[in-house]
Design a protein around this ligand. Structure first.
Ligand code: NAI
Length: 692
């Protein structure tokens, strides 16, 4: 961590360098202030350029300082910005790479901003449950049109300097320069050195269009946020910018920041932020373990999963060869990939040239010799051990030494699959989620014999293709689906006790899940689970019957695709309508069972569902299937729609109090099932999952 100070042609250049992202730690803030003071006092300096090192301005506050004495230590970012604003000599921010959060607030406090077109500017504080705390909510609306500022502040989404510079009336970007931003900013500084008074964003008028723009932004945020508070708090502050003095706006921003930083929501979001990074660390595997090069990938099977998996690699520019059993299957798979890319082009998310480039590195084959030289093979064929056997036997015969053989199996035993080859140490699970080109989560399944460098390579490849990787041991369903089975069972028990699908879904959606279990089932198709159940009933006469779900399927109510399931659907609509047929089915069942058909409170429904996840999560942790509790949180947040601002099931349980979780679980199951051993132990020791 260093700060360079130099003077050239009467322009001082302060370049702060705090790898990897130039976080504005206390030491950096103090250094920058020292640099500014030196420049302001030096009669030979006429203007100052402020720049970040390593090709990036700054990604903002050093969040590892949050809650430590350093975060509040002077100079705070606000103090630094005030000192800069009050200076007589102009300060020019030279922006390249990322300019986020506190970094953008610092740049907003400068008198001018010179940026490269591809640099990205944003205020992502809401993604950590916060609002900008150093004037961002008051200055950005004065530098841009209100709609753009409101959207950037409430969604946290960054924009490129090129896009921002093209907005009508904007005063955020003073000059775009193609490259070498620091010398360009120095030239700009020389041009404006004599201009007085120096322009201050705080003195710019707030653009018009206030209440309508903000009402719309609020509606959008409300739709998106599902009980998540920070975006709405951010919009209140943007509104404040339009109705109050700059100073009052700053004071309100400070107040809101301090409230939010102490709230559960922000703790939860910061927990997830750190948990995602921690998930990359695998105990017992040295961070220096070399990974194997992956430049060429094969995907076996071009069905639902294979096509999506292939797209991930194509998107990252990694050539893929897809292997199938017939030309017809290849053609179908290829057509789906092409259609998905076309849809992205139609939505303006991709140019047709880029789509063509991606398709250009895709090859197809029916011949295993064409995948022999691949560095990584991902198998996504039918979920059937005999089919897997034929594939892995062939792969073992043809692929080069050192090739990584990955399976996307969701239920089969990875160790048994590895045992089909003569090189089980090269076999690993890469469990993608559907749709595989969209879903972030990747469970990397570590077999008994998986080599460390194979595991690390699978994690690293996951990172390259934009996935959030979590290591799981081998068990039925791995981390995510094993827990999901218990969650579904808890939902089904609630039905049997008389709660309706609409009640259950509403409660869990109100908690923040994107979709409740019954809406989800209608989307996925109820016939799939039914087929599995029928097989299980046939195998094991004592297998517990899910009578309500079976009765539903016997009526042909398979979900959205048949126009009815747990809900009714109007033709052509995906909007679920509570169904009198289903309500009657539930009522009749609970009457037969003599269930109390008690009114369930939303809280009880949520606890029953979430604590079922927690209980199974504790077992998974106890069996060392998951490395740590926070990995389970990452699985649920990135793969199962668990509300990020609740931190994941294990974090939620920690905050709730594990002793109360144990008590609630006993009550929900009438003592029929003992809560997980680890959960009970931690609860009686007064500990937490994440702190154990
Ligand atoms: P799918 O039935 O859509 O596709 C399987 C494809 O494999 C078909 O195109 C078939 O022609 C091809 N195939 C079959 N035998 C083959 C062989 N010997 N050589 C080459 N290709 C062969 O199945 P889906 O849903 O894509 O599942 C594939 C795997 O992914 C399974 O192991 C499944 O458990 C797993 N999985 C599925 C998820 C899902 O949501 N569908 C989620 C996560 C994992």
């Amino acid at each position: 961590m260093t700060t360079h100070y130099s003077v050239e042609d009467a322009v001082a250049i302060i370049r702060f360098d705090n790898p990897p992202v130039n976080g504005l730690s206390h030491a950096i803030r103090a250094d920058v202030r020292r640099g500014l003071r030196t420049a302001f006092e030096d009669a030979n300096v006429r203007a100052v350029v402020l720049a970040g090192g390593g090709g990036s301005f700054s990604a903002g506050a050093d969040i590892s300082e949050f809650g430590t004495p350093n975060s509040g230590m002077e100079p705070s970012l606000s103090t630094l910005i005030a000192e800069m604003e009050n200076a007589v000599k102009p300060v020019i921010a030279a922006i390249e790479g990322t300019c986020f959060g506190g970094g953008l607030e610092l740049a907003l406090g400068a008198h001018y901003r010179v940026a490269t077109p591809t640099s990205r500017l944003g205020l992502p504080e809401v993604t950590l449950g916060l609002v900008p705390g150093a004037g961002g909510t008051q200055r950005l609306p004065r530098a841009l049109d209100l709609a753009t500022a409101a959207e950037m502040i409430s969604s946290g989404t960054p924009r490129t300097a090129e896009v921002l510079a093209s907005l009508t009336g904007q005063r955020l970007i003073d000059r775009l320069v193609d490259h070498d931003v620091v010398p360009a900013a120095a030239r700009f500084a020389a041009e404006v050195a004599a201009v007085r008074p120096v322009p201050l964003i705080r003195d710019f008028p707030v653009p018009d269009g206030g209440s309508d723009v903000l009402a719309e932004a609020r509606q959008r945020a409300q739709r998106r946020s599902r009980g998540f508070h920070a975006p709405l708090a951010a919009l209140d502050l943007v509104e404040k910018a339009t109705t109050s003095s700059f100073e009052d706006g700053l004071a309100a921003e400070r107040q809101t920041f301090l409230e939010l930083v102490r709230a559960d929501e922000s703790h939860a979001l910061r927990h997830v932020f750190f948990a995602e990074r921690l998930a990359r660390k695998i105990p017992g595997v040295d961070g220096d373990t070399p990974t194997r090069p992956v430049d060429q990938v094969a995907v076996i099977g071009a069905g639902t999963m294979g096509g999506g998996i292939a797209m991930n690699f194509l998107d990252a520019g990694i050539p893929v060869t897809v292997l199938e059993t017939s030309q017809a299957a290849l053609d179908r798979g290829l057509a789906t990939i092409r259609r998905n890319y076309q849809a992205q082009v139609d939505k303006g998310k991709l140019t047709s040239a880029t789509a063509e480039n991606r398709m250009g590195v895709l090859a197809t084959t029916l011949d295993y010799r064409d995948v022999a030289q691949c560095d990584l093979v991902v198998e996504a064929v039918f979920e059937d051990m005999d089919v897997k056997r034929s594939v892995f036997t062939r792969l073992d015969e043809v692929t080069k030494t050192g090739a990584i053989l990955a399976s996307n199996t969701s239920t089969l035993d990875l160790d048994a699959i590895a045992g089909l080859t003569s090189r089980p140490h090269d076999v690993v699970g890469m469990h993608f989620f559907s749709p595989a080109n969209v879903m972030k989560l990747l469970e990397v399944v570590r077999g008994r014999k998986t080599a460390d460098d194979v595991l690390m390579t699978a994690m690293e490849v996951g990172r390259r293709i934009g996935k959030t990787g979590v290591v799981s041991g081998v068990c039925d369903g791995f981390i995510g689906n094993r827990m999901l089975a218990k969650y579904r069972a808890a939902a089904s028990r609630l039905l049997q006790e008389g709660a309706t699908p609409a009640q259950i879904d509403a409660a869990i959606e109100d908690f923040g899940f994107a979709m409740g279990p019954f809406r989800m089932a209608d989307l996925a198709g109820n016939d799939i689970g039914w087929a599995v159940r029928k097989r299980r009933y046939a195998e094991d006469p004592d297998f517990p019957r899910d009578e309500i779900a079976d009765a539903l399927c016997e009526m042909g109510r398979f979900g959205q695709k048949t126009g009815s399931g747990w809900y009714d659907y109007q033709p052509g609509s995906r909007e679920p309508q509570p169904s009198p047929v289903v309500d009657a089915l539930v009522a009749a069942h609970s009457e037969r069972q003599n269930a109390s058909s008690a009114e369930f409170s939303r809280d009880e429904i949520v606890r029953r569902l979430i604590f079922s996840l927690v209980d199974e999560g504790a077992r998974i942790l106890d069996e060392d299937i998951a490395v740590r509790a926070s990995d389970i949180d990452v699985v649920y947040v990135s793969g199962y729609g668990f509300p990020r601002h609740r931190g994941g099931p294990m974090f939620y349980a920690d905050t709730f109090g594990l002793d109360r979780v144990v008590e609630a679980l006993r009550e929900f199951t009438d003592g029929a099932r003992e809560p997980a051993r680890l959960l009970q132990e931690l609860a009686s020791a007064g500990k937490t999952f994440n702190g154990r």
